[in-house]
Write a protein that binds this ligand. Structure first.
Ligand code: BGC
Length: 456
């Protein structure tokens, strides 16, 4: 083929790939519609009359104070909710802070086993950790970061509403997870702890960020799952249980649980065939739809589904689909970040990823098209998360709000931060900052425990 014909051929292929991807590209009008609907759903969650039936629950956290920097003491923290489980010892002293931590794997058999097995494992890891540090005879205050939807009834009581992110342990739904933890610790009777607070990772992120930055009013996670929390006026938190919070305090943190947004057809106008396939093959079909469009648990698989379609249409790899690209779960979310991390016109990471999938000698053009698919999927995630944050900024109506953010997708994707900054600016008019939050689940848990237990 001569050069003109080749260029023409490449453009035709790109055009057809763009056509397959077009429903994954959201216009600002569609994103504004998402904002409107999220706002409606949040209002249903906040209002007492509609809370029970609401999809986006907006759970009260009973956290009413932000840290002021005077928190001090030694705290234990447990962090369950992502791919790993961690136990931490945190020392707070003015603006200095020290942390020792240990990561323990949660094998799939535990994620899908019984609640008793899960909590026994947690208690065992905790016991090993405190014995290692020779702390088993001290009664240390503990903050438990439990990153699943909890119907909280106080700072130390929270009933699991549903499992998300691939967990499905029996016998935990509708139970108070603090009680389950305490029972597991009692069964061992070799360590002493005092659970001072149970919290969500978004709350931990907000608190941890607020400890450094007084303007932090929103906590966001874009990791294995996605969710946000924000500072709401206490008078708007109609569902909080009287007697379990201080009505004279002006604010309370709200755990939105926006991952559930989209259930009952609310986001059908933007769902694609790829989203429907992800949902159908998940362990929680028709649940957590917003989360399935944004978070790391699903981003790789979404990308794989689009790539598979592009290959099957004869537009990539000469129409030959490597067997691993046909298998569910084989295209990891980290590949998206790696591929997009290649410098423009270079495809080193892309070729490494494709080699892992069994493909060698791939042309630059194919690599460019693979990168395009990755960027469409990650941009949509960033734009949807931006629509969520823009909704909150409008709701709060304040300028100069800092958003503390954590999670593997936000942390490792090369453009997520920039994409979000740009889109949030386009969708609303308040000034804001996006700040990477350092270890919210650990330090945040200690701060909630400190504030709750009055260690100031
Ligand atoms: C959970 C939230 C959590 C988020 C981020 C979601 O699946 O429902 O509670 O905050 O993941 O970890």
């Amino acid at each position: 083929m001569d050069a003109i014909l080749v260029a023409d051929f490449i453009i035709k292929i790109q055009f057809r790939i763009r056509d397959i991807c077009k429903e994954l590209i959201l216009t600002d009008d569609q994103l504004r519609m998402v904002m409107q609907k999220l706002d409606d759903e949040m209002n249903k969650g906040l209002s007492k009359a509609t809370h029970d039936d609401a999809v986006v629950k907006c759970f009260p956290t009973y956290v009413q104070d932000l840290p002021d920097g005077s928190e001090k003491g030694n705290f234990l923290a447990l962090d369950l909710g992502g791919t790993n489980f961690r136990v931490l010892l945190i020392t707070l002293e003015g603006q200095s802070f020290d942390m020792k931590s240990k990561i323990y794997a949660i094998p799939q058999s535990l994620m899908l086993g019984t609640g008793t097995q899960l909590f026994d494992h947690i208690a065992q890891c905790l016991a090993l950790f405190v014995k290692d540090l020779n702390l088993q005879d001290k009664v240390l205050p503990l903050g438990f970061t439990f990153s699943f939807p909890l119907d909280q009834q106080g700072l130390t009581r929270g009933y699991l509403v549903r499992w998300t992110k691939g967990f499905n342990c029996s016998g935990v739904i509708d139970e108070d997870v603090v009680a389950l933890l305490e029972q597991a610790i009692e069964r061992r009777s070799d360590v002493k702890i005092e659970v001072c607070a149970i919290l969500n990772d978004t709350t931990g992120t907000l608190m941890s960020c607020a400890w450094k930055n007084r303007n932090c009013r929103i906590g966001l996670i874009v990791g294995t799952g996605t969710n946000a929390c924000y500072v709401e006026k206490t008078k708007n938190v109609e569902c909080a249980i009287p007697g379990n919070f201080a009505p004279h305090k002006s604010h309370m943190l709200i755990n939105i649980e926006w991952g559930a947004f989209g259930e009952r057809g609310v986001l059908d106008f933007i769902l694609t065939e790829f989203d429907r396939a992800i949902d159908e093959n998940s362990i929680n079909p028709s649940k957590q739809l917003f989360e399935k469009m944004i978070s790391g648990m699903y981003m790789g698989e979404l990308t794989r589904l689009v790539l598979e379609k592009v290959v099957n249409a004869g537009l990539l790899f000469g129409g030959k689909c490597p067997s691993d690209l046909k298998k569910r779960g084989k295209f990891f979310t980290k590949y998206v970040s790696e591929i997009e991390n290649d410098a423009k016109g270079k495809y080193t990471n892309c070729r490494e990823v494709l080699a892992e999938l069994g493909l060698r000698n791939v042309s630059d053009q194919d690599c460019e098209n693979v990168r395009y698919v990755c960027s469409v999927v990650s941009r949509r995630a960033a734009h949807l998360a931006s629509a969520g944050i823009a909704t909150l900024l409008n709701k709060m109506g304040e300028d100069n709000v800092t958003v503390g953010i954590d999670g593997s997708v936000y942390r490792f994707h090369p453009y997520f931060h920039d994409l979000m900054t740009e889109k949030i600016n386009q969708l609303q008019n308040h000034k804001f900052d996006l700040m990477l939050s350092e270890d919210g689940s650990g330090r945040g848990a200690a701060l909630v425990a400190a504030v709750a237990a009055g260690h100031r």
